[in-house]
Design a binder for this molecule. Structure first.
Ligand code: ADP
Ligand code: MG
Length: 215
């Protein structure tokens, strides 16, 4: 499968779709332990990317990731804006050094997640989007090292993302607004972990279909 930015319009569309379909559920999660604006924040970024999607599809990965990062940084409010902005700008930087094959993507994604950890001063287990991103990055690296076949990698990535999202339910929030609730933050899934998982699963679905019948 050749992974080029020509796929970006389709990826942005499925992401817009999955966030819209789950807007109520995610908003309820952010209302329970945050301030309820997470979906609105994300949708500001997604709408901005929808307007740029054709332009993005003409770029190479380095330029496309950079543009996505800058757009998210300025369009998305809240903690998630700067974190997603940071993620894509780091992906762009890492994509300068490596090509986006299976091994390369695993390394590039890990660099992005590392940058988010630094930016948010957060680690695994703090009840954030990182509890989805870190296990996915770890799995991608392990899969690349063991030359796991791509269809199997994709299936497993979705499973790892869902497990990571679910794992936030019983965690104590120690970063972001949810941390203000201390023990009362337990018992609710983190909104950012949920949207991270939904977006990863939506991307996986597109790639799985692409793999089955290349356009
Ligand atoms: P805000 O918290 O500013 O209202 P959002 O509601 O858009 O911003 O995003 C909240 C999400 O951001 C949380 O659910 C969590 O997943 C993530 N988050 C918050 N702080 C951090 C952090 N320091 N590191 C990683 N992720 C974080
Ligand atoms: Mg919020």
């Amino acid at each position: 499968m050749k992974l080029t930015p020509a796929l970006l319009p389709q990826l942005i569309e499925v992401i817009a779709d999955v966030i819209e379909k789950n807007a109520e559920e995610v908003t309820a999660l952010d209302q329970a332990i945050g301030d309820g604006d997470h979906v609105i924040n994300l949708q500001r970024g997604i709408n901005a990317l929808m307007l740029q999607r054709q332009e993005l599809s003409q770029l190479d990965w380095v330029a496309a990731f950079q543009k996505i990062g800058m757009t998210l940084m300025s369009a998305v409010g809240g903690a998630s804006g700067s974190l997603y902005g940071t993620l894509f700008i780091a992906l762009s930087k890492a994509a300068r050094e490596q090509s986006l094959d299976q091994q390369g993507f695993a390394d590039i994604f890990s660099h992005g997640v590392e940058a988010v950890k630094q930016r948010g001063k957060a680690v695994a287990g703090e009840k954030t989007m990182l509890d989805v991103f870190i296990p996915v990055a770890d799995y991608l690296r392990t899969a690349a090292e063991n030359s796991v076949m791509l269809p199997d990698v994709l299936t497993k990535v979705s499973q790892v993302a869902i497990k990571g999202m679910e794992s936030t339910r019983d965690m104590l929030a120690t970063k972001g607004r949810a941390s203000f609730l201390e023990e009362r933050s337990r018992g609710h899934i983190d909104a950012g972990a949920k949207t991270g998982q939904l977006m990863i699963c939506a991307i996986v679905d597109v790639l799985t279909k692409q793999l089955a019948s290349p356009a």
